[in-house]
Design a protein around this ligand. Structure first.
Ligand SMILES: [Zn+2]
Length: 164
């Protein structure tokens, strides 16, 4: 028997104002993306913004549907838009934030497992990690160097063939 331990690293900033300008800007873009959220059921808006290598910024927001499983998270709305339209322009960083009028949000929202899996595949396709900025509008920002820190056991296509 061998017991393993995985350590992850992230940087905790007290406020968005402490970030370098490009990261600060991307967090504010994620905040802008909240406006397009369609979330009448949860009343929980999520915004995502991608910074591409060219400097282009893409927005995504959570899109709910009365048939609940038909909806999609902000991160995947942004990532699938990138995949369909801009996949030759690598993602440098991704910012995610959330807002609701129902209660104060005191910590950054973290991505769900489904989004992490898609983020991991986007990184693999572009052969470079994306910085992840988890932004709490009135609180801290958590910054990670790549998706591996959030999902070290992502599923990749190598698993679809017999390993030796
Ligand atoms: Zn998600």
């Amino acid at each position: 028997m061998t017991k393993h331990e995985i350590k992850i690293a992230f940087t905790d900033f007290d406020s968005v104002e402490e970030l370098i300008p490009a990261d600060l800007q991307l967090c504010l873009e994620a905040e802008k993306a909240l406006a397009s959220s369609h979330s009448p059921y949860s009343k929980f808006k999520v915004g995502a913004a991608l910074l591409l290598k060219s400097g282009k910024i893409l927005h995504g927001s959570n899109q709910e549907n009365v048939a609940y499983p038909s909806g999609l998270c902000a991160e995947r709305v942004a990532l699938f838009h990138w995949s369909a339209n801009h996949s030759d322009d690598p993602i440098v960083s991704m910012a995610v934030t959330a807002h609701t009028n129902e209660f104060p949000i005191l910590k950054p929202v973290t991505c769900c497992g489904g989004c992490l899996q898609v983020m991991a595949e986007c990184e693999k396709r572009q052969n470079s990690p994306m910085k992840v900025l988890l932004y709490c509008i009135d609180g801290p920002v958590w910054v990670l160097d790549g998706v591996d820190s959030l999902m070290p056991f992502a599923f990749f296509e190598e698993r679809l063939v017999q390993s030796t």
